[in-house]
Design a binder for this molecule. Sequence first.
Ligand SMILES: [Zn+2]
Length: 256
Amino acid sequence: MIFKLIKISFAIAVLAAILLFYFQLWPFWPVLLIILVYAILILILSTNVQLNFFVKAYNKNPDFSQNVISLSFDDGPDENTLKILDILDQYDAKAVFFCIGRKIKEHPEIFKEVINRGHIVGNHTFSHTRKMGFLGSRTILNEIKKCDEIADEIGEVKMNLFRPPFGIINPKTQRALSKTGHKVIGWNIRPYDAITKSPEKILQRITKKINRGDVILLHDNMPNTAPILEQLLVILKQRKIGIVRADKLFDIHAYN
Ligand SMILES: [Zn+2]
């Protein structure tokens, strides 16, 4: 609704600016400025899942009854996922894994292992393409459906949770999700483990601001993540912060 209003205001502003320019009451640069401001606004709204603008996402739950946080892992299943699973087992911690359909196909046994060890899995599209922000709603819909199908075929689960690749939720994603009905799980702590080299820096980004009900975004395909997780779990234990699965943190169903 708000987005429709923004679109209408934008169209009116551009039209008015062009008319003013045509009647030589205005130079052309304000037209460009309006278009630029609109483009930046859409970029900010589409790439910040925490803003809950196009879709309501579950990013944190500070009101949860216990002092716990939730761990989420994206971009698997992968050989590195097995190390993560072993570490989580040592601390009896359960997490959510947002899996890429193409990789579920590549590593079906690891995918099943994630489920068998008591974790939950969610949809992270089939291909996780870098063009995510430019796809049409039908293509996004197919990406989500294809990932669901392969997960059901291999893991016998009907996934209800979705995490958008790169956190991109634009009107096209919104349209696709209105058809599939998935619940979107965002995050509020992102230590950039997929792009930062220094494990100390990654760990520091998590631990310096961790609070009750936080959702941490990590990547189980990154070789750095397992040793970081090991240290993180020690720190959480020292601070008496527990770990709860995202479906329990938000009281929603992981599967249909
Ligand atoms: Zn991803």
